[in-house]
Design a protein around this ligand. Structure first.
Ligand SMILES: *Cc1c(COP(=O)(O)O)cnc(C)c1O
Length: 393
């Protein structure tokens, strides 16, 4: 491995050359079953013909113009996202962290233009992950991400995950909003119940706060709805999306109601690349596939199948794994061994996964996954658990 890349990642000594559907092929031609999905990014799997063709065609026509000019593909993508969600307005970014940054800035600006500039603080949940910029590590509040990067950006207060009483107690005269992942990803696939989400909505309304969802990981079909909040009866004021939205092309979006975005006027925010013709084309191609009731029903069905098979596996290897969490195709396996050991044992079985907080192994397969793919994953998991069981005995 080269030493020219800044060593901020703990990488596997694996390099992939090409991908097809749910499989990745390394430089020696060995196939790996990809249930990591580039961390919930490759929503259509690898080499999806519709996405590839859209990008290929657009790359030959026009990649970038900047936001100094109108971008028809961006306008179309914004209209489609607005039509399929609570939102009226969309700002495009290149990553999840930037989408969350935009959400935080919009919330602060909202109170500023409403004559309450002292309202700038945002309440976040323990175990949260919102990205790696200075503000989003402050929002996430995780010591391992903050250490040595001080001073910490001011304006974030954290409460235990899903604890309504603590949330209510944390609301003060400076509070601007509540920021929450409806299903925590990095934190360990922790889903907030719809009852708690609905109670959060009420707390926000009662106190004049903005409710902000971070659906960077759980959005874009991952749970079987286009966005996870759509399982509940409430809507946020602002929402960040990214990861799966470009299917592998870097793209993020901050969605908001007209009211919540009222401070985001000309000149207040920007991005050179954000939503450029190529990125927006990729986003439209992903939505062509995902924003379809039949496709979302497929995700729900496959998610149910995966959950049921994982449950049976837990019953077979109670000393290795202890439970299954999550919704749809966003699943977490609770481990009794160190989660990294299961990830490694799975890699030995040529299956890719990724760890998460709470000693969990995440399964984030392409949304196009089939029963056959899931059966292959269960076989690999069975063999990996078996090898860990043998090592233990
Ligand atoms: C990955 C993630 C982010 C950050 O996205 P980047 O594209 O890495 O900046 C933010 N929020 C959540 C919930 C995520 O899973």
């Amino acid at each position: 491995m080269t030493e020219a890349v800044m060593p901020t990642y703990g990488r596997f000594d694996l390099a992939f050359e090409r991908g097809e559907g749910v499989y990745l092929y390394d430089t020696e031609g060995t196939a790996y079953l990809d249930f990591c999905g580039g961390i919930a990014v490759t929503s259509l799997g690898h080499g999806h013909p519709h996405l590839v063709e859209a990008i290929r065609e657009q790359a030959g026509k026009l990649m970038h113009t900047s936001n100094l000019y109108r971008i028809p593909a961006q306008e179309k993508l914004a209209e489609r996202l607005a039509a399929s969600t609570f939102a009226d307005l969309v700002f495009f970014t290149n990553s999840g962290a930037e989408a969350v940054e935009c959400a935080i800035k919009a919330a602060r600006r909202y109170h500023y233009v409403n004559g309450a500039p002292e309202r700038y603080r945002i309440i976040t949940m323990e175990g949260a992950f919102h990205g790696r910029t200075l503000a989003t590590i402050a929002a996430g509040g995780q010591e391992k991400h903050l250490e040595g990067f001080g001073p910490v950006v001011d304006g974030f207060d954290q409460v235990p995950f899903g604890d309504l009483a603590a949330l209510e107690a944390a609301i003060g005269p400076e509070t601007a909003g509540i920021l929450v992942e409806p299903v925590q990803g990095e934190g360990g696939i922790n889903a907030i119940t719809t009852e708690v989400l609905e109670a959060m909505r009420k707390l926000a309304d009662d106190n004049g706060l903005l409710l902000i969802f971070d659906e960077v990981q759980c959005g874009v079909g991952r749970t079987g709805k286009l966005f996870a909040y759509q399982w509940s009866n409430i809507e946020p004021d602002i929402m960040a999306a990214a990861k799966g939205i470009g299917g592998g092309f870097p793209l993020g979006a901050c969605l908001a109601t007209e009211s919540a975005a009222k401070g985001m006027t000309a000149g207040t925010h920007g991005s050179t690349y954000g939503g450029n013709p190529l990125a927006a084309t990729a986003g439209n191609a992903v939505l062509d596939v995902v924003d379809d009731p039949a496709f979302l029903a497929h995700v729900e069905e496959m998610g149910g199948y995966l959950g049921q098979k994982l449950g049976a596996l837990v019953a077979r290897y109670p000393e290795i794994i202890s439970g299954v969490r999550g919704v749809g195709l966003m699943r977490g396996i609770e481990c009794k061994v160190v989660n990294g050991d299961l990830v490694n044992a799975l890699t030995e079985q040529k299956m890719l996964t990724v760890g998460a907080g709470g000693n969990v192994v995440r399964l984030l397969p392409p949304l196009t996954v089939t029963e056959t793919d899931i059966d292959a994953a269960i076989d690999a998991l069975d063999a990996a658990c078996q090898s860990l069981q043998v090592a233990k005995d």
